[in-house]
Design a protein around this ligand. Sequence first.
Ligand code: COA
Length: 180
Amino acid sequence: MKRALVPGTFDPITEGHLDIVRRASQIFDEVIISIAESPDKGGHARLFTLEERVRLAKESTADLPSVRVESFGDLLVNFARRMDAKVIVKGLRAITDFEYEFQMTAMNYEIDREIETVFIMSPPKYMYLSSSIVREIARLNGPFKEFVSAPVFHALCGKYGLNEADVPAAAQSSAQRADV
Ligand code: COA
């Protein structure tokens, strides 16, 4: 069985992540969304707890039978060994991701040469999407519904005290323009 990990912090999982997970699930027999505990990032606390991030990832992938969700608090390559996974899948968005991904991939390769990292390119409409951008738009009551699954939309509305019906729709967002 070919099993792959899609790792990240997923605070929260976005449509950009889900695009990578769906495409990975077409290639591998089993995909494990691997959620790093990482309690904070750059000195900022997470918006969602680990339990919430796991629940939202599970609910967002309930329609994908070959996808499961696990969390980990150790080195990614050690977690991969524990899960008996030989492949790490990462999404590549803009060119700015490259240097950072290159460094992580190189270090992971040094630690365990049996584990390969492969990259799937994000489509243009998700190229500039990130969890913090989604959080920021939600916090300021902008249009974010199209960038997240229904459970994440619901959870973000709850966190920021938004009335779901009042969240503005993107009139013609860059995402829609990219679809044309
Ligand atoms: N669509 C949308 N957003 C995406 C995305 C995609 N396809 N891919 C990445 N992102 C965004 C994330 O939303 C996140 O945005 P934010 O900073 O605004 O929250 C950002 O890109 C970074 O992603 P993140 O999930 O934090 O992943 P990462 O690339 O920084 O790596 C781990 C996180 C967990 C994989 C990494 O830290 C790790 O392996 N940790 C375990 C410890 C370890 O082994 N360390 C040694 C590594 S060499």
